[in-house]
Design a protein around this ligand. Sequence first.
Ligand code: 5GP
Length: 203
Amino acid sequence: MAGGKLIVFSAPSGSGKTTIVRHLLGKPELNLAFSVSATSRPRRPREKHGEHYYFMTISEFKQHIKNEDFLEWEEVYRDNFYGTLKTEVERLWAEGKNVIFDIDVAGGLRIKRKFPEQTLAVFVKPPSVDELKIRLKKRSTESEDKINMRIAKASVELATAPQFDRIIKNYDLDTALQEAYDLVAAYVSDADVSPSAPEAEQS
Ligand code: 5GP
């Protein structure tokens, strides 16, 4: 596999990375496309297959693992598998897009290791674990049990922050959105690694 730029946003659940990624996707000048992940977790009421995730059963997911269809995959929470299909990234690269990911920290670092030269890996840091809990409760997409599972994982995830290229502190959303925009805009406009730069212009 080869191709364009990859921009990874990773963070503990509830840190606000999805809000940041959606904000960036609304900026046409960044030429971004969202990498739709595959998952075995149940679909939430407002989610659409093919837009938020490719929803599948655990056995379908495991078959894809066997077939080596994933660029990376993780059992992020017990029996909840998430992964990036190679075909998804190839499809978006073929469209000449910069691919943006909203994935967990282990998956984000895996992508960075596989494509070190063409990946910008960003860690979104929440103010505190307590604040995460408040945000997850407010969101009310998960049961109390599942919220606790996500919180338990957060401390481990926070420790991986230094391995990322950049850390954005999401203490104030507007500031974080602006910082993320500036960072990604600078990264995608860097002509040296631009996937779409014609060869004639590079020499
Ligand atoms: P949620 O269930 O809240 O949609 O996602 C749970 C976690 O899984 C989030 O941290 C999300 O970013 C992560 N995730 C989503 N897609 C992928 C993926 O393809 N690979 C990995 N490793 N994590 C993912």
